[in-house]
Design a protein around this ligand. Sequence first.
Ligand SMILES: *Cc1c(COP(=O)(O)O)cnc(C)c1O
Length: 445
Amino acid sequence: MDVIKDLDPELYGYMKNELLRQQTSLEMIPSENFTSEAVMQAVGSILTNKYSEGYPGKRYYGGNEFIDGIESLAISRAKSLFDVEHVNVQPYSGSPANMEVYLALCNAGDTIMGQSLTSGGHLTHGSPASATGKIFKSIQYCVREDGYINIDEARKLAIENRPKLIWIGSTAYPRMLPFKEFAVIAEETGAYLAADISHISGLVIGGVHESPAQYAHIITTTTHKTLRGPRGAMIMVTRRGLEKDPELPKKIDKSVFPGMQGGPHDHVTAGIATALLQASRPEFKEYAAQVVKNAKALAEALMKNGIRLATNGTDNHLILADLTPIAPGMGVFAQDALDTAGITMNKNTVPGEQSSPFYPSGLRMGTPALTTRGMGEPEMKQIAGLIGTVIRYVSARRLPDGKEERAEYLRSFRAEIRKSRELDDIRKQVVELARRFPLYPSLGT
Ligand SMILES: *Cc1c(COP(=O)(O)O)cnc(C)c1O
């Protein structure tokens, strides 16, 4: 960052502090990861200079012979790793990728179905807050009281409403996704089935989560979560998808460009290519297996600490702690106090939420980033202890009822925890633990 340091000290200051924050905290947001230095080199390269609207061999501008090579490399690696027939690596990120799937298959006003946001689904699966919930008639299925996806409800809703497109995939679901069951529902109702494996694509490649390749027609994924690549996304068409609609690859490609996007981000495409190479190595299988082992160890230790977990555990990289038994809305206090202690995760709604989406009762956490640092089960036990201590520290807090009292109370709570000796002591233990697993040592600090 030397050039930035000289040119723009103000920006450099923020970047340096962010590096230090990443190095000295425990990153437990389950959608985050630490990408490799190879990926960062690709993303920080001269490839950002090029315009290459179109696809390999069919570009609008000249000078694309090497870009064609890069994009073809990313595509062929993705096809073989995910065992699919067609891949588009150009989507700018997960949300545009999903919109591109809608626009390839649906018209405005068509019926679509996805998992509701408060049940762990993604905004882009038809949430009223997202354009996808406004442009299309959105039907939402939920999880049951026990936290598992309500497959019977999804089937009933699909038969009643005949959606054109069904989504399976989540951002806050700690169990295996029921691809097979949703394939049956899609078959019964004639819908396209799109599996959004953004959170779990690294686990799928690593062989620790079932692949949707033989069940879904379309697969979308971000590339920056468990896959550990740069920020970006891919849309894939499976063999089953081709059988249902031989035009699918063409429809998807046209929907990405010129339908939604202009020039692809070739520097990101290069980063995706190198991340896919890394993900094809035996070490990545070990990584993916360790992510799940760590999540299970963390879940076990949290439950021993008296913390309730949605579905009583996890099958994947993610844990949803349900703090309702302490008090509804406890997720708000816990997230802020944990953040102050250097443990980063997010508040989240829980199955049967008794509070509200803005003041939820749960915490969503995951192990992909910690595992990239090299942490294992002993560290998960230690971290569960720290999380337990922080939750006990805030457990007497209660959200006031009135809107203004609530805002005022949270303001003073936040000021108080910044001065807390107890949290400062945990923060010191966090720094010490983080330092034992160095992150990007070549970048300094
Ligand atoms: C993260 C995520 C997305 C959106 O990705 P962005 O890159 O943030 O736009 C879409 N779907 C699921 C299931 C996700 O987890």
